[in-house]
Write a protein that binds this ligand. Sequence first.
Ligand SMILES: [Zn+2]
Length: 151
Amino acid sequence: MSDEVRSHTALHIIKGAIVKVLGEDAKWSTSATVNGLHGRIAVEFNRKPTDGEMVEIGRLANRKVEEDAEIETHEMSRSDAEARWGDWIYDKWPLPDHVQQVKVFHLPDWNVNCCGYEHPQRTGAVGPIRITKSRYRNSKGVLEVSYDLED
Ligand SMILES: [Zn+2]
């Protein structure tokens, strides 16, 4: 499995941990980037998280990896996906109206997102996640979380 697939899947796992710790106010991703074993996810949020919250996000993300939880991927109509998960399948950037058939990443009780990228079958394939930096941008109301995976 490529570094990119592992790092990409970590985005979903960290996003789930962010929402577990910070709540639904942090549900909208504004960007997600991966480069080799590094990645960064940004979400809308209304304040700078505490150091304790950031530690907890890292702890929960790694616990989800250690669980080796099963990852589901679905291909379904957009309307069926919306009926099941509402706007949780979306990010801040729009999915074009003409897209009516979607691929959905679903890690039950953790993260669901329209995503056509490749993923492993279980979370354990990602390996340990180290959150290297978090930055809260007051002007944008955006929290950025950077991480590294192990080689
Ligand atoms: Zn994905």
